[in-house]
Design a protein around this ligand. Structure first.
Ligand code: FEO
Ligand code: CA
Ligand code: CA
Ligand code: CA
Length: 597
C-alpha cells in the first residue's frame, strides 16, 4: 500500500517466477543472448571449440571453465564497447571429458584443466539488436595456471613463500579458484583466490605439528587430491613443496588495459579463502578494501591503505593506485548485537526491538611489518591470517561471500550465504548477526562503516528463505509481495543504488537466480527476481549497467550423478549438446534502461 505500482526506479519489471527449467528465464519484454561460452576463442589463433578433441594448447587460448566474477570495463564513452573480464573458478573434469576416470586422469586432462583456470579478458560490443558479442582485440588475453604473477606487499619474499621453483618467494605461476571480485576505481580487476586448498595432495604426510595446524586451518588434509595433479607437477604435493600452498589464497589484481602487464598477488590483504575484495575510497582519499572468507564460521576483513588515491584511469594513476594495496593496515570484524542474548533464540524470530542489528569493531591485525596479534610475526599474520584472526577474537560468520560498497548510499553489503552447522553440536552458537540454527538460506548484512575508523553499525537487511516462513525477514517489506530468495552469493548495484543479488544453492527447490532489491525508501526489502539460470547452475558475477545486465552462468548441469556421459543440462546449445558455462547478457530489446519499462 502506498508504493508505486511499478516498483522503485530500476526495479520496474515483472518478476520471474521460481522454476526448474533448463534455460535462462528473463522478465517479459527482455531479450537475452549468450555472450561467450567455455571454449570459445579469446586470443588470436584460438581454434574453435571441439568438445571431443580438446587440448591444453587450444584451451590456453579459449574462454576458460566455470566463469564466476565478471566486470565490464568501458573502452569509450558511448557504452557500446567494453572489456569483459571473467574469472574461471574451478574445473569439473567429469563434465569436461567423456569417460573421465577420476582414479587415473591423463596428463593432458590435467594440463587442459590448468589452462581452463584463471581469467579471460575479451572485448565485447553491442550489436544493432543491443546484444553483446565478443570481438577480436589487442586487449584479449588469457591468464591461466601457467601465467607468471608477481607477489607484492609485506609478505613478498618471505621464507614462507619460497619453493624450489621460486627461491625468491616473489613469483607464482597462476591463480586458481578465483571466485568473486571487483572493478577498482582505477580500472583494474581484483579477484579472490577461494577454495585453493582442494588441489593440494598429501598434507597428511606433513609431520611438523605447527605446519599441520596451519594446513588444517586452511582445509588441507588427507592424501591424494581429487584431480591427482600431484602426479604431473610436484608443486601440488604438499609433502614435497610445503610452501606452494602459501602462494594461493590471495587477492590478485590484473590490469586489463595492458595485455602485457604482469598480474599481482597482494599479500597485504591477508591470505584466506578470499571470496573477493572490493574498494571504497574514504573521504581522505585512502583506499579501503573489504573482503570475506567464505567458510562456515570464518571472518570479514578490511584493509586500509596508507597512501591516497590518484584520480582517473591513466596508466600513471593505475600504477600509483595498484601500489596502494601494498602498504596499509589489515583488520578483522567483531560484531556486537544490541538485543538481549535471550531474545536470539536460533529460530530467526526478530528480537523485541524489531531488528537484528548492533555495532562492531575492526580489530587491528597487522600494519606493514608490525603485528598486533600476540604470538604472530607480521609475516605470519599475512600468510596465516585465519589463525591470527582466531587469536584476535573475530566473530565467526555464516560463510561471508561477496562484499561490496553501495556507490549511492555508501553502505557496505555482504552476502552470508548459509551455514548448516550454525548452533549445532560442537559448533559456535547463534548471535544477532548469525541468528539461525542450521542456517540453510543465508542472510544479507548491511554495514554502515566509518571507512578508515574502527567502529561500525550493522543490521540484517534480509534473512533469506521462504517468505511464508516466520524465520525470514525482507527488510520490513510486505512478505506476501516479494520473490523468495535463498543462499545469496554475489552482490552488485545499479546506478539507483538498488542491490542486486545472485544466488548459489537455492535451498527452496527452484533454480538459482538474480534478484533486485531497493535498500532505501518505502520499497526497501522488496525483492524481485530478474532471472533464473538452468538446472544445476549457480548465478555469478552480475553486472548491472543502465541498459544491459550480464550474469555468469556457472556449472550448468552440475547435479548429483551427472557427467559428460549423462549430461543433466543441454544449455546453452540445446539438443543433445554438453552444457557449457557461459556469460549471458539481458536487456530490453528497445534500447531502454533496465527496470524502467
Ligand atoms: Fe566460490 Fe564462495 O563461492
Ligand atoms: Ca536488535
Ligand atoms: Ca561465490
Ligand atoms: Ca557460493
Amino acid at each position: 500500500p502506498g508504493r508505486p505500482a511499478g516498483g522503485a526506479p530500476g526495479t520496474n519489471f515483472s518478476p520471474v517466477a521460481p522454476n526448474t527449467e533448463d534455460a535462462v528465464v528473463v522478465p517479459d519484454g527482455y531479450r537475452q543472448n549468450v555472450v561467450i561460452r567455455w571454449g570459445d576463442p579469446v586470443v588470436e589463433g584460438a581454434p574453435e571449440f571441439d568438445f571431443d578433441n580438446q587440448s591444453a594448447e587450444a584451451q590456453e587460448k579459449q574462454f576458460g571453465y566455470n566463469n564466476d566474477f565478471a566486470a565490464l570495463i568501458p573502452l569509450n564513452g558511448n557504452g557500446r564497447n567494453n572489456l569483459l573480464v571473467c574469472n574461471h573458478e574451478y574445473t569439473s573434469e567429469e563434465h569436461m571429458f567423456r569417460g573421465y576416470d577420476e582414479a587415473d586422469p591423463t596428463e593432458e586432462q590435467a594440463r587442459i584443466a590448468w589452462a581452463a583456470h584463471g581469467l579471460s579478458v575479451v572485448r565485447v560490443e553491442r550489436d544493432h539488436n543491443g546484444d553483446l558479442k565478443p570481438v577480436p582485440s589487442k586487449y584479449n588475453r588469457r591468464i591461466s595456471l601457467n601465467t607468471e604473477f608477481e607477489v607484492r606487499g609485506p609478505a613478498a619474499g618471505s621464507e614462507l613463500l619460497k619453493t624450489s621453483a621460486d627461491p625468491t618467494g616473489t613469483k607464482v605461476f597462476g591463480t586458481q579458484n578465483n571466485c568473486a571480485g571487483s572493478l577498482t576505481p582505477w580500472g583494474t580487476v581484483l579477484s579472490g583466490e577461494e577454495n585453493f586448498h582442494q588441489y593440494f595432495a598429501n598434507a597428511e604426510q606433513v609431520t611438523d605439528p605447527a605446519a599441520q595446524e596451519r594446513l588444517a586451518r586452511y582445509g588441507l588434509e588427507g592424501g591424494a587430491s581429487t584431480r591427482k595433479w600431484e602426479r604431473f607437477d610436484k608443486r601440488w604435493d604438499v609433502a614435497q613443496e610445503l610452501n606452494e600452498t602459501n602462494r594461493f589464497g590471495w587477492i590478485v589484481e590484473i590490469d586489463p588495459n595492458d595485455p602485457n602487464s604482469t598480474p599481482v598477488k597482494h599479500t597485504a590483504l591477508g591470505r584466506f579463502k578470499h571470496e573477493s575484495a572490493s574498494i571504497q575510497i574514504a573521504r581522505d582519499g585512502r583506499v579501503v578494501a573489504y573482503s570475506g572468507d567464505d567458510e562456515r564460521f570464518d571472518y570479514i576483513y578490511k584493509f586500509v591503505s596508507n597512501g591516497t588515491v590518484k584520480k582517473g584511469v591513466s596508466a600513471h594513476a593505475r600504477r600509483h593506485n595498484m601500489a596502494l594495496l601494498d602498504e596499509g593496515t589489515l583488520y578483522v570484524a567483531k560484531f556486537e548485537g544490541n538485543s538481549p542474548e535471550s531474545e536470539i533464540d536460533g529460530s530467526g524470530k526478530l528480537p523485541s526491538d524489531g531488528h537484528f542489528d548492533g555495532t562492531g569493531e575492526w580489530i587491528k591485525l597487522a600494519s606493514g611489518n608490525e603485528s598486533f596479534v600476540p604470538g604472530f610475526t607480521a609475516e605470519e599474520v599475512y600468510v596465516f591470517t585465519r589463525l591470527a584472526a582466531d587469536e584476535a577474537g573475530a566473530t565467526k560468520m555464516d560463510r561471508p561471500e561477496d562484499i561490496q560498497p553501495n556507490p549511492v548510499n555508501g553502505k557496505i553489503y555482504c552476502a552470508l550465504t548459509n551455514n548448516s552447522n550454525r548452533g549445532t553440536a560442537d559448533h559456535a552458537g547463534v548471535d544477532e548477526a548469525n541468528p539461525r540454527v542450521g542456517n540453510k538460506n543465508g542472510q544479507v548484512l548491511e554495514v554502515d562503516d566509518d571507512a578508515t575508523g574502527t567502529r561500525f553499525g550493522w543490521n540484517l537487511l534480509l534473512v533469506c528463505g521462504d517468505p511464508n516462513d516466520e524465520s525470514t525477514y525482507y527488510g520490513g517489506f510486505d512478505k506476501s509481495a516479494v520473490s523468495p530468495i535463498s543462499c545469496p552469493d554475489n552482490v552488485a548495484f545499479d546506478r539507483h543504488g538498488n542491490l542486486w543479488i545472485s544466488t548459489d544453492g537455492n535451498a527452496l527447490g527452484s533454480n538459482d537466480g538474480l534478484f533486485a532489491v531497493p535498500v532505501e525508501g518505502p520499497e526497501r526489502g522488496h525483492v524481485k527476481q530478474f532471472l533464473t539460470v538452468p538446472k544445476g547452475a549457480e548465478t555469478c558475477g552480475p553486472v548491472i549497467h543502465d541498459s544491459v545486465v550480464t550474469v555468469c552462468v556457472q556449472h550448468p548441469g552440475e547435479v548429483d550423478g551427472a557427467s559428460a556421459d549423462e549430461p543433466a543440462s543441454h544449455w546453452p546449445d540445446g539438443g543433445n549438446s554438453q552444457p557449457r558455462p557461459s556469460v549471458v547478457a539481458v536487456h530490453p530489446g528497445n534500447g531502454g534502461e533496465i527496470g524502467q519499462s
